[in-house]
Design a protein around this ligand. Sequence first.
Ligand code: HEC
Length: 126
Amino acid sequence: MRNLVVRVTVALGLSLLVVPAAKAQLPEGVTQQMIDEGKTIFNGAGICMACHGMDAKGVPNLGANLTDEEWNLGDGSYEAIVKTITEGVSSDKSSSGTVMPPKGGSQINDEQLRAVAAYVWSLSNK
Ligand code: HEC
């Protein structure tokens, strides 16, 4: 009996340690559901794949690779990614000289923008 109590206590203790650690990896305000939705938006309503490719690995002279940890704009944080997508990229800031219009020129709303940003964030934060 005592052995069982010890084992249950240890198991509970471990699960308490593991669960918050896994959750803490997502930035504030980001959920796994947003990341999943963001992938659909990236390849659909957001038309991001037109310049960044279906795999988000970039298209030469169009959009940058979004799956690496190198950021031309901002520090790669979730909020920096939201800002870049909201504002787009002007030709003088773009390393290829190609312009990214705000929201990639799409009509996505703020909620969709935050979801697609969550997906982009997840690509370099596995
Ligand atoms: C018309 C082409 C085009 C479309 C459409 C487009 N982008 Fe871009 N994007 C660019 C270009 C060009 C850059 C700048 C690349 C560079 O400087 O190397 C860029 C840069 C970015 C960056 C910053 C990359 C970095 O290295 O800092 C992010 C994030 C991004 N785009 C996300 C998106 C998302 C999300 C969408 C869809 C809502 C989207 N883009 C649609 C062309 C596009």
